[in-house]
Design a protein around this ligand. Sequence first.
Ligand code: NAD
Length: 493
Amino acid sequence: MSHTAVVSGVEVDTRHWIGGERVASAETFDDVSPIDGTVLAQVARGRQAEVDRAVAAATAAFPAWSRTAPEERAAVLHAIADGIEKRLEELAQVETRDNGSLLRSHRRGVMPRVAMNFRFFADHLLRLHHDDFETRGHRNHVTWDPAGVTAVITPWNAPLMLATWRIAPALAAGNTVVVKPPEWAPLTASLLADIAAEAGLPAGVFNVVQGLGVEAGAPLTAHPGVRRISFTGSVPTAQAVGAAAAANVTPVSFELGGKSPLLVMDDADLDLAVDLAVEQFDNSGQVCLAAVRILVQESIADRFTEAFVERARGIVQGDPREEATGIGPLIGRTHFDRVDGFVQRAKAEGATVLLGGEPNTELNEATGGTYYRPTIFTGIDPTSEIVCHEVFGPVLTLQTFGTEDEGVAMANDTDYGLAATLVTGSRERAERITAQLSAGTVWVNCFFVRDLAAPFGGNGRSGIGREGGTWSFDFYCDVKNSVFAPGGWNGNG
Ligand code: NAD
């Protein structure tokens, strides 16, 4: 059995990475490209045994790594960032082939940010404030102690970016990591293992167990040796992960789905509002933060709708490696059928299709890929499935509202609360409305501006906890307060 796949000219080892060595499994699973349905690789299919081995390796590596001086840990993280920058084009090519996202966004935005994840948390580690304060003559000494083995489980829509945004702070904190990459886009995690080893990360500090969610992810989250679980994915999976974590009282960080609003007020810059609305089709709508519920104030609704549909109609769909392409395929057949199910049920319920509403059959027949046309619905019941449930595809709904209060109420009328985007020309109005929106991140007259120092996470069913900056260390560390009495030093205090 071959353990190597050559993807876009790049050699990728398809085995696990455990304790500083490549480990094969008896079985493999097929990794399929959404661009044309090609089988890219046969990837090792880990189960309980591989998870046990990886957790044991991470446990063994923990004492030394957790005691490594912060400056040394930071230096290794910067070396990993160097390696990512050196192999940026290879990473971008492999990720695009694997998950169908645009090559140009991987080159210019996503992969530079992957490197930045390591640089930022390396630098932040050195700025962490170890607090000292007095209570009745006693000294309180507050420290950030590494927590232990950290499980990282992530989805396929931005595989390396989402994984490293957890791996980097966990390693910076002094934890060791076992990552279970998404089975629909598993390849760049394997390249990261090569890069980390070349950068001098000691064996066992970072481990990769490939496999399916229920076979490899579930045993990892249920493992008593794991002391933190960082999970990014859907709500149903989070419920299973939460139940497994509860058995061992393992702390979890959950970054889950969304159904975020784009609130367009009557004093908005219309061109900007249209730009922001069209941006929601990025990555074929497979973005947790996407503002998929477009809410427009009635007095400008006709003008906005006409301009928005016109612009969305002009988005070029095709091979994500082409520079002119604005929207690529959905991740694969199962997800394609799921998205189509939502669209067909909305149509059957009587929703009006302003654009799309069907697969791009012509392109699918020509390529063997899984392309779905950008779709806009209006005339929808606010309680309908298409408004309330996360589709995670290029499907947006357009609703109107009368007063500002009605707009805010519609924006907040969701079980989720990951993000909200507001477009208005009035600063006063912006302050008033943002104060009322329930979301982890609110963008005003912009979208997707993310600083790694800022807290990130969601309200309601969008998650538990916040990561970013010091919030990440708060999660990945066991914060400790040591209280020193003023005396009792045996004469040598
Ligand atoms: P998913 O929940 O199906 O899978 C996510 C990961 O969990 C995969 O690696 C999968 O193998 C693993 N998994 C599946 N079953 C498991 C189990 N029983 N135990 C442990 N692990 C298991 O999600 P998906 O379809 O891969 O990703 C899409 C979802 O992710 C959407 O809901 C999206 O909104 C969400 N997402 C959230 C963020 C965020 O930061 N909030 C970012 C990206 C995606």
